[in-house]
Design a protein around this ligand. Structure first.
Ligand SMILES: [Zn+2]
Length: 201
């Protein structure tokens, strides 16, 4: 389990650098208004919060039981699971509907929140390899990066190569989800200020 500052640092270094670059360029060119700063702050707040979201179990256990307890569970419910991560998707969509009042942008914000939470799971997986991804369908924890715990000789070269490819695919998928969502919200390599469209709710 990387510590919260590590999660936040990797969020800044790997999820939002292009968005920050595009925004900085727009600031330099004098194209940014006060509303745009609010837009950036919203995305960073949501991304930062949901990149730590699965560890909310530690806060919960501290408040309710007075001790940190297990980092991955609230009671018997694993917070490091796809089911718990779906809260990020729903929360992001609801926040997006309030802020953008556009269905597509609300969905993009939901997917961005989901991507940051899934990124947390993958980082924890890389660190310890015990994530209950499929709870409650499958209650055992497992790793998507099995190649880290064996060698090509033990696993067989082809199986090992496939395991590496699968791990890289999972990481890439989450990063693409985050970057595509940010781009849709105007935070690509070139910042595009938010303009209310025709698909208002
Ligand atoms: Zn965690």
């Amino acid at each position: 389990m990387p510590y919260p500052p590590v999660h936040l640092t990797l969020f800044v270094l790997l999820i939002v650098p292009l968005a920050l670059y595009g925004f900085a360029q727009a600031v330099r060119q004098g194209k940014v208004q006060r509303r745009d700063w609010g837009h950036l702050l919203l995305l960073l707040s949501i991304g930062g919060f949901f990149s730590l979201f699965p560890d909310i179990s530690a806060v919960w256990n501290l408040l309710v039981y007075g001790k940190l307890g297990g980092h991955c569970m609230i009671g018997s419910f694993p917070t490091h699971s796809l089911l718990f991560s779906s809260i990020a998707l729903v929360s992001g969509i609801l926040a997006g509907m309030l802020v953008y009042k556009q269905q597509n942008k609300a969905l993009a914000l939901g997917l961005f929140a989901l991507a940051t939470t899934l990124f947390h799971l993958l980082l924890d997986d890389l660190d310890s390899g015990v994530i209950t991804y499929l709870y409650p369908v499958y209650n055992e924890s497992f790793s998507l990066f099995t190649f880290l715990y064996t060698t090509p000789t033990n696993m067989g070269f082809l199986s090992y190569a496939l395991a590496v490819a699968f791990g890289v695919f999972c990481l890439s998928l989450v990063l693409v989800m985050a970057y595509a969502s940010l781009k849709y919200l105007g935070f690509g390599a070139k910042y595009e200020p938010f303009e209310p469209g025709n698909d208002e709710l």
